[in-house]
Design a protein. Structure first.
Length: 298
């Protein structure tokens, strides 16, 4: 019981550390690249940025107020565990947005254009990459930065739609509305560039974290290998009956589906038990069920 509690605390701690890292990247992307060049994007942070450009109200203030409303939906539909991490992310991001702006502002109280004047597009690309990587990291660890992220998660819970694409649908209207503030279609195009790059990076980060592999292991010590994978790697194992065509001997084939990040551990375990084992590893398009992604049918 105590061991299970320790494992749970360890997993949760790793989640919160990873979420914090993602939020740091996200906040830095805004403070270093998007805000100084007056570039916006979708989501509640994008709305807050538009409010900031138009009125001077700090981005973290409107971000916090708007997200307080969305938390009610998250609590009811996505459950308390999701909401706790969302609350943490909202408070932490509010603090980080304030902190990095405070640290980066010059003596006149303005955020400096670190890439120099006229480098709006480069700021757009770099900032979008940081935002996408940050949000992707948060998503991979069961968190959310609030706002339209929550809407994307709600729909993703019931439909097999990628999070990045769902966020894009939600944010198109927000980006288009910034024209009424700037009266400059160039700003709108920059906003769509940020959204497009973010969506690609988010999907890349999430898909990379969820990549799965299949192992076919041929060894006389199949029982030890199967037991080791089951107990030490914590992955399910299936044994298939086979027959060597040349030797005509009956053999057992160990079949394992695992996360790609567990590949090295499996190779090391098999090598320690049977250095002469024959192993085939292949990438699989999708694995659904216990321990992997949930099966969602449209």
């Amino acid at each position: 019981m105590e061991l299970a509690l320790i494992k749970k605390i360890s997993r949760e701690s790793k989640d919160y550390l990873a979420i914090t890292f993602g939020l740091v990247l996200y906040a830095l992307g805004w403070a270093m690249f998007l805000l100084p060049y007056q570039i916006t994007t979708g989501g509640v942070t994008g709305i807050s940025a538009i409010i900031y450009y138009a009125t001077g109200v700090e981005i973290q203030v409107s971000y916090f107020i708007i997200n307080a409303i969305f938390l009610g939906f998250a609590l009811k539909i996505l459950g308390p565990k999701f909401s706790v991490k969302t609350v943490y992310a909202i408070f932490m991001l509010t603090f980080l947005l304030w902190l990095f702006q405070w640290l980066l502002k010059d003596d006149a109280g303005h955020l400096p254009q670190l890439l120099g004047p006229g480098q709006d597009f480069m700021a757009c690309v770099i900032g979008a990459g940081m935002l996408g990587f940050g949000i992707g990291t948060v998503f991979c660890n069961n968190g959310s930065t609030g706002g339209t992220d929550i809407i994307a998660w709600i729909i993703n819970k019931y439909k097999d739609v990628t999070l990045g694409r769902m966020m894009m649908y939600c944010d198109i209207v927000i980006i288009s509305s910034c024209y009424f503030i700037f009266h400059d279609w160039r700003r709108v195009l920059f906003g769509f560039c940020v959204l497009f790059i973010m969506s690609i990076v988010i999907d890349y980060v999430i898909n990379s974290a969820r990549q799965s592999v299949q192992f076919l292991i041929f060894s006389r010590k199949y029982e030890e290998i199967a037991e080791g994978i089951s107990t030490r790697i914590d992955r399910g194992v299936t044994l298939l009956d086979g027959q060597g065509w040349y030797s005509k001997q009956n053999i057992k084939v160990v079949v394992v589906l695992a996360k790609k990040t567990q590949s090295l551990d499996i190779f090391r375990l098999v090598k320690d038990i049977d250095p002469n084992a024959f192993i085939s590893q292949s990438n699989v398009v999708g694995v659904y069920g216990e321990g992997f992604d949930k099966l969602k049918v449209k």
